[in-house]
Ligand binder design. Sequence first.
Ligand code: FES
Ligand code: FES
Length: 199
Amino acid sequence: MRLQRLQINGDRIEVAAPSHWTLLEVLRYRLGLTGSKQGCDKGDCGACTVLIDGKPVLACLTLSALCEEREITTIEGLLPAHLRSGGTGPDPVQDAFDRCGALQCGFCQPGMMLSARALLNENPAPSRAEIKDALAGNLCRCTGYTQIVQAVELVVAEAAGSEPEPPAWAPNANPWKNGCAKNGHEEPPARATDNGEGA
Ligand code: FES
Ligand code: FES
């Protein structure tokens, strides 16, 4: 057992944990920060991704004892960090994932959003290829990745004051065309019924 001094989501925390525990184990089983998911536990899936000094890191492969004096951000810290930096509401990445429907079961989302946040902090205007490359270590078994990439593109487009281009292979999947609105949800477009009237 070893007393560790960690900086997590802006707080200084002292926690006693076995020296061989990973950061993921300490986060989940000592500190109750269960947003970081335990998927494969061997570096394959990215569900455990956290930021250490702003860089995405696999918490399941990182010894907690080696993280002292490093700045750790988990998904629980993303919104507070945005507020501290003068923002209002959730981080734009969280907002865009929500508005684009970029999740199904949600298991991959914490890692996915933190990888996206790290990318955008380093490169505010990544290309689609760069987005895919940055998210390549985060596996999603549900969504097919389309809305996830769109969500990141939406953040980029809104930061630039423009609208994202729909992907050529999924023109109707453009979040703007589907009625996703800034600052909240809109009702989905009324669907035609058998008699041609809106439902
Ligand atoms: S749980 Fe860490 S990479 Fe899968
Ligand atoms: S939404 Fe289920 S794994 Fe990504």
